[in-house]
Design a protein around this ligand. Structure first.
Ligand code: S3P
Length: 190
């Protein structure tokens, strides 16, 4: 049997407040990989914040921008980019996105926590990029709907009362992710 090539990309999925960005940054640093937050690409390309897109164009427009951004990222990963990618909470729960990600064979990690903990973190962060964080009831309903998608991830990690570095270490170990050699910087002679 041919040996499987080690992964060079990982998607972090899960609900708002799951810690996708902080765990992603820590994991990328540990492996010397690059890190990308998909929402940052959407903001860069559109020249508007997530909140502005939702407010001025609606959720559907945001989902279209998200889909385009994801397709671009998938192409880059398929042509060799070595990267940890944190997806916005809704990205993996869109049927088309879910299908493209699963078809790519790139491992996905579902970062999870109790609803109370996810809500607490979101309130604490009071991040303006979360227009869907309205009431606790809506928060719970959206989470319940998305769970069926999140649960198809290659790995689930409970982040409740865990520190970011420990979670990153466990993901690297479980998925057998390889550290990249640091790029040599050429020293200039003054
Ligand atoms: C969303 C989550 C946000 C952002 C947008 C929509 C969602 O990202 O993409 O507000 O649908 O759950 P985070 O999960 O990083 O908060």
């Amino acid at each position: 049997m041919a040996a499987r090539r080690p992964s060079t990309a990982v998607f972090l999925v899960g609900f708002m407040g799951a810690g996708k960005t902080s765990v992603g940054q820590s994991l990328a640093q540990r492996l010397n990989w690059s890190f990308e937050d998909l929402d940052d690409r959407i903001v860069r390309v559109s020249g508007r914040t997530v909140a502005e897109i939702f407010r001025d164009s609606g959720e559907l427009a945001f989902r279209q921008a998200e889909r385009t951004a994801l397709e671009q990222v998938l192409q880059e990963l398929q042509t060799g980019a070595v990267r940890i990618v944190a997806l916005g909470g809704g990205a993996f729960a869109q049927a088309q996105n879910h299908q493209s990600i699963q078809a790519s064979g790139i491992p996905t990690v579902f970062l999870d926590a109790s609803l109370a903990e996810l809500w607490r973190r979101c309130v604490q962060q009071s991040d303006t990029k979360r227009p869907l964080q309205t009431s606790q009831d809506t928060f719970r309903d959206i989470y319940s709907y998305r769970l069926r998608y999140y649960q198809t991830a290659s790995l689930r990690m409970d982040t409740t009362e865990q520190n970011v570095e420990a979670i990153a270490a466990e993901i690297a170990e479980t998925l057998g992710l390889r550290k990249m050699p640091r790029k040599k910087t050429t020293q200039r002679i003054e």
